[in-house]
Ligand binder design. Structure first.
Ligand SMILES: Nc1nc2c(c(=O)[nH]1)N[C@H]1C(S)=C(S)[C@@H](COP(=O)(O)OP(=O)(O)OC[C@H]3O[C@@H](n4cnc5c(=O)[nH]c(N)nc54)[C@H](O)[C@@H]3O)O[C@H]1N2
Ligand SMILES: Nc1nc2c(c(=O)[nH]1)N[C@H]1C(S)=C(S)[C@@H](COP(=O)(O)OP(=O)(O)OC[C@H]3O[C@@H](n4cnc5c(=O)[nH]c(N)nc54)[C@H](O)[C@@H]3O)O[C@H]1N2
Ligand code: SF4
Ligand SMILES: [Mo]
Length: 765
């Protein structure tokens, strides 16, 4: 089959809106993944690549952080242990399209800046290091050594190490992440903003405070053996597709599922498992027993209501509460008096449905609560998750089989990067261990997270930016302001696999350092290397790329950090940077001595299924919190007030993208094809506002700063689409809608941008 030419540009005038799908996955999903594979990499490479995905001898899926089945849980891996979107993620990376020096010679940066994210991403893999020098119009090739010398020289010339920010995205391996944070701390700063700041930071903050560890407490087997699974603020059919196979098992075992979402997401309703006959030729499996179509940001009130009903029914697991928790009396005292009107207003749900869900919670012996961005990216995200924990504590649902908390992570190694020290406020003990191991002196003052790094760039306090993967410009809020912030930097460096917007928004001097992807062979002086990753359920395991690298000129992320370390610190530095690049076992030996829970790391990651990191609440019902117990919390929130003529907007992912990487224009499950600049609005809200389906509008967001200044942000030319979302709640795709997200609108307690509750109005064009 012929490979499709890279898209020249996108014609979105051909938008088609069909009916939302009725079932997720099925044979269609398999066909789409094969087609995308063949378009990007041809038939032969597709056949060689996909069978290695998520197999023990193969590579970890570069898609999401959903775990693989483990033999220890009595589960065998199937031949095709991946999903449509995992296959798309692989096809994007294993593409045979290339962006080399000729490409940059042909396209001035100013021209590239006018292209869409989709166009940029579809040009192919970066093959050579390039530099854009001050005043120049084009990126030009540079030798690796010269690139490292240039970066080192610029970093050393800064007034202070804190004038640099070192971003990380969540695909970076544990080995690269560990070295990278070592480099940054050796340099003298904790400015390690990461994608997690915009993602599950609220989960980490809430869980650390309440149960003493910021990670989920369930295994895949726990989830599959639950009586009741709450799927709140998450769209697994698109973003964690293999989770549907686990939810199917829950149903087959007689368990129940409650979906809480403003949108009737197809994947929550019905699943056609392509690996069994029912899914191939039959109706598939119905998933959600109860679909609560909640208003954006209404979840805190929903969980307060559930908690109150559990208390009223006398359904508290008193033994657990007495033995393992703190703060129950105060919690119970306030949870009794519920204002039902406030509950129904905030949630948009009726009381009967909430009572039905409470019944399900009360009759369940094993409950798991899963959530993702629908909870975390709200002003009250941390409070909401704390309230979810309250419910599980009341029912004794932490630290027993089939029950627990399950924040479903995004990037395939975002959890591992944190474990390895990518955090602007790593605990003192970690820094002490790092210093003792390497003979360095890590700074103790906290660094900047993503939002604060943006502020510092705008104010000129941060002058240099280095991105270890990711696409900072498109992923962050307030795109116009972010562009200015990046352009204001003296130096921007992006370590990347593929072209993206952050490359065409350069600082005065800008470099692109191309790197190996997960799927590719990584051969160093000591031979073929593998790397390690941690999934959403704390399983750490090896990943071995098998494909020939996209170009001979690529360096691995580990090699890039090692060589930058050598250039920056020279030979007299206590850290022997060169030894790490030779043999990644040398890095793992250090990880074993510094990172808690990673003892004997080299041996344990070589086990076929890897190993599971310790998790005290899960393992022994011990809670390493300040009180030594699991903490009940009392959570309040002022209601979200939407002024007359306005809507509340969430920004979300289509079925055909990976964050800022756009795979295509088919949001199949929602029935939206060939367009991304759309806003989904309830038909009655459209009429009420005097608009009609198909109207083209500018979207304007409204925000009042803490100082009382009214701000407006604008995103032009969006099509309105009538869609069965909750009343008053609109939806548009990320990253196209990011210009609307106010920088000052962040979650209390986690500083995560509020990407799911933006007040907007429409202006007719
Ligand atoms: N194919 C694919 N897979 C991915 C990604 C991708 O882009 N593409 N991204 C990865 C990453 S980094 C992440 S973090 C995850 C994200 O996974 P998700 O969190 O599933 O991603 P979103 O598209 O942001 O969807 C949020 C969901 O929450 C719902 N929601 C929004 N606001 C609310 C609310 O106030 N309350 C409730 N109850 N629901 C709400 C939305 O309707 C939507 O269904 O996926 C990961 N996996
Ligand atoms: N409005 C709005 N904004 C959001 C969100 C939202 O829901 N709404 N979600 C937020 C969330 S949850 C997240 S996680 C962030 C994501 O933010 P980021 O992680 O910064 O963005 P990605 O789009 O995942 O990054 C894609 C780029 O990573 C590079 N890349 C891919 N693989 C590799 C690799 O193996 N190594 C290296 N070095 N580079 C690689 C490629 O060049 C690619 O262009 O966005 C956040 N922004
Ligand atoms: S569920 Fe996630 S990790 Fe698993 S194959 Fe799909 S994209 Fe990859
Ligand atoms: Mo994420």
């Amino acid at each position: 089959m012929a490979k499709r030419a890279p898209v020249e540009d996108i014609d979105e005038t051909e938008l088609t809106v069909g009916r939302p799908g009725t079932a997720a996955a099925g044979v269609k999903g398999v066909l789409v993944s094969l087609r995308r594979g063949v378009e990007q990499m041809g038939v032969g490479r597709t056949i060689r690549t996909l069978p290695l995905l998520n197999q023990r001898a193969g590579f970890d899926c570069p898609g999401c952080a959903w775990p693989d089945p483990r033999e220890a849980d009595g589960d065998k891996r199937k031949l095709a242990e991946f999903c449509e979107n995992g296959a798309k993620a692989v096809a994007e990376e294993a593409t045979t399209r290339r962006v080399g020096p000729e490409f940059f010679a042909r396209h001035p940066v100013a021209e590239l800046a006018d292209k869409t994210d989709y166009w940029l991403g579809q040009q192919g893999r970066l093959t050579h290091p390039v530099v854009l020098r001050e005043g120049d119009t084009h990126y030009r090739p540079i030798e690796w050594d010269d690139a490292f010398d240039l970066i080192a020289e610029r970093l050393r010339a800064l007034d202070s190490p804190d004038a640099a920010a070192f971003y990380t995205s969540g695909r970076t391996s544990n080995e690269a992440a560990f070295l990278y944070q070592l480099l940054v701390r050796s340099f003298g700063t904790n400015n390690l903003p990461d994608c997690s700041n915009m993602c599950h930071e609220s989960s980490g903050a809430a869980l650390t405070e309440t149960i003493g560890i910021g990670k989920g407490s369930v295994s895949l087997a726990d989830l599959e053996h639950a009586d009741l699974v709450l799927v709140v603020g998450q769209n697994p059919g698109t973003n964690h597709p293999r989770m549907l196979a686990s939810l199917e098992k829950v149903k087959q075992r007689g368990g129940r599922i409650v979906a809480v979402n403003p949108l009737p997401e197809t994947g929550l309703m019905r699943f056609k498992n392509p690996q069994n006959a029912r899914g191939v030729v039959g109706e598939g499996t119905a998933l959600a027993d109860e679909f609560a179509q909640i208003r954006l940001g209404g979840d805190l009130m929903l969980f307060k209501a559930l908690n109150s009903l559990v208390l009223k029914a006398g359904a508290v697991d008193q033994e657990f509460v007495d033995a393992h928790t703190h703060g129950y009396a105060e919690f119970a005292a306030q949870a009794g008096d519920l204002d039902w009107e406030a509950v129904t207003t905030a949630t948009g749900l009726d009381r009967e449905q909430i009572e039905r869900i409470a019944e399900m919670v009360i009759s369940s012996e094993r409950t798991v609560a899963c959530w993702a961005m629908g909870l975390t990216q709200h002003k009250h995200g941390v409070a909401t998750i704390r309230e979810v924990v309250d419910l599980l504590l009341l029912r004794g649902m932490i630290g027993k089989p089939g029950a627990g908390v399950c924040p479903v992570r995004g990037h395939s190694n975002v959890q591992g990067d944190r474990t390895m020290g990518i955090w602007e406020k790593m605990p003192e003990e970690f820094l002490d261990a790092l210093d003792a191991e390497f003979g360095i002196r890590s700074p103790r003052h906290h660094g900047l997270d993503t939002v604060d790094a943006l502020r510092a760039m705008r104010d000129g306090r941060v002058r240099a930016f280095l991105g270890m993967g990711g696409n900072f410009v498109s992923a962050t809020p307030d795109t116009a302001g972010t562009i200015e912030a990046l352009r204001g930097c003296d130096l921007t460096v992006q370590v990347s696999t593929k072209l993206n917007r952050s490359h065409v928004v350069p600082g005065r001097t800008a470099l692109i350092l191309p790197t190996l992807g997960r799927t590719e062979r990584d051969v160093q002086a000591a031979g073929a290397q593998f790397v390690t990753v941690e999934d959403s359920m704390s399983v750490v395991h090896a990943s071995r790329g098998r494909l020939a690298p996209a170009s001979d000129a690529l360096l691995s992320e580990v090699a890039i950090v090692s060589r930058l370390g050598q250039a920056l610190f020279g030979d007299d530095h206590p850290v022997r940077w060169a030894e790490f690049e030779r043999d990644y076992d040398a890095i793992r030996d250090r990880i074993a001595r510094v990172v808690p829970g990673c003892e004997d790391y080299n041996a344990r990651v070589r086990e076929p299924d890897g190993f599971v990191l310790p998790h005290p609440p899960r393992d022994s019902r011990s809670f390493p919190t300040a009180t030594g117990k699991a903490n009940f919390t009392v959570n309040t929130a002022e209601p979200i007030v939407i002024p007359e003529g306005r809507l509340l907007l969430q920004t979300l992912r289509s079925h055909d993208q990976y964050n800022t990487t756009i795979y295509g224009l088919s949001d199949r499950y929602r029935g939206i094809e060939d367009a991304r600049r759309v806003v989904l609005v309830h038909p009655d809200d459209l009429t009420g506002l005097g608009f009609a389906d198909g109207d083209v509008v500018d979207v304007v967001s409204e925000w009042t700063t803490a100082e009382g200044t009214a701000e407006e942000r604008r995103a032009e030319r969006f099509r309105l689409v009538g869609y069965p979302t909750a009343r008053g709640c609109a939806a548009a795709y990320y990253p196209e809608a990011n210009p609307l997200v106010p920088l000052g609108s962040v979650a209390d307690g986690s500083n995560t941008p509020v990407s799911k509750a933006i007040i907007i109005r429409f202006e007719r064009r």
